[in-house]
Design a protein around this ligand. Sequence first.
Ligand code: ZN
Length: 157
Amino acid sequence: MIAEISSLITSSKAAYDIAKGIYSLKSEVDRNESVSKILEVLVSVQFQASSVLAKAHELEIEKHNLAKKLMEFEKWSEAEQQYELNEIATGVFVYAYKKTTENKEPIHWLCTNCWKDKIKSIIQKSSVGTNYCPMCKIPIPTEVFSQATVNDWNPVL
Ligand SMILES: [Zn+2]
């Protein structure tokens, strides 16, 4: 984009220089030729300005998207501090909510599969008594999931 802006400035200066020299021209033909050159340069300047404007618009969108990603990253990073990875049974891992004085939500576990995609999906008990992640539907063995074990894995700090 810097090259386009530099070219825009150079073209504008060329048009200015041609216009400045018109007064010194004696013949009508030379003046008409200069006006024609100025118009040619102005069309070029208009084209270059449109290109710079389009690029500026793209950069504005990119900036907005990056700001949004940064905000999501910061928000996730803050949420990450509230959980720790626990092996609640042999080979069964969850992200357990830490019990601290700042953390006020009820004790719960998050799905490790969804966690890697920065999604907080709370493991739920279905109406038939099985446990699963509502997002990715990964089942959690029922024998390792009960309120007692949830509290066992979230000791008060
Ligand atoms: Zn999941």
